[in-house]
Design a protein around this ligand. Structure first.
Ligand code: IMP
Ligand code: MG
Length: 215
């Protein structure tokens, strides 16, 4: 009967709507847990506090002034990890300088290297003939810096040096050259001060070890 069929059809549609709504709500709540809320509980241990970072960034800027004070400087920063380091470092440099940005991705959500580095956006400005200081957040296996240093050399800068905020002790092969290093750290997965896991925790002000059960 058309009417009964309609009623049955209407009833089952309503139930399935309710089920969809319930499962959508569960998804939203899981997503909220993962992507919202405080970060402190998710950090196992703070390795370097924001105050310690600030002191070291000033020292690094002093070294940069010593090297480039009379030559001019272009900082090439690797996004997104070096974003906060770049912003703090450049404001401690009291002479005129330029920046250029490039985006490199290799982690794709994992905490160990999961593929070759990929340039996801090209250098934002030309750097030919300029004195370049490459700035990155962390030297781990060295794959990213090897790749980026080659990319920059192809652009014929007048000189190229490299500065990293963090270096995981003894991991990268010695031919990966770093001229300035903020801190040597143990081989743990760290987040904060620009470093992320799944694009989260970049805004955590200290550098901390992420609780292992979260990745
Ligand atoms: P590499 O290519 O293995 O040297 O890794 C360098 C890049 O991987 C860095 O620029 C970071 O973006 C990322 N990375 C390596 N170790 C960590 C970590 O402990 N936390 C967050 N990101 C990391
Ligand atoms: Mg990076």
């Amino acid at each position: 009967m058309p009417r009964a069929q309609t009623e049955t059809g209407t009833k089952s549609a309503a139930w399935s709507d309710r089920r969809d709504t319930a499962s959508a709500a569960a998804t939203v709540s899981r997503t909220r847990d993962r992507y919202n809320g405080p970060m402190d509980d998710e950090i196992e241990r703070i390795l370097i506090t924001r105050d310690q970072i600030q002191v070291r960034v000033r020292e690094l800027a002093g070294e940069i002034v010593g090297i480039y004070g009379h030559t001019g400087l272009t900082i090439v920063a690797i996004l997104h990890g070096a974003l906060i380091f770049l912003a703090d470092l450049m404001r401690e440099i009291p002479f005129k300088m330029q920046i250029a940005l490039m985006t490199v991705s290799s982690y794709r959500g994992a905490t160990t290297q999961s593929g070759e580095p990929v340039l996801t956006s090209e250098l934002s400005r030309g750097i030919e003939g300029q004195h370049v200081l490459l700035v990155d957040d962390i030297l781990d296996t060295g794959n990213t810096l090897r790749f980026v240093q080659q990319e920059i050399e192809r652009c014929n800068p007048a000189s190229l040096r490299t500065c990293v905020l963090l270096r995981k002790t003894g991991k990268a092969p010695p031919e990966i050259k770093t001229d300035l290093v903020g801190f040597d750290i143990e081989d743990r997965f760290v987040v904060g001060y620009g470093l992320d896991y799944n694009n989260l925790y970049r805004n955590y002000p200290h550098i901390g070890v992420l609780r292992a059960e979260l990745y």
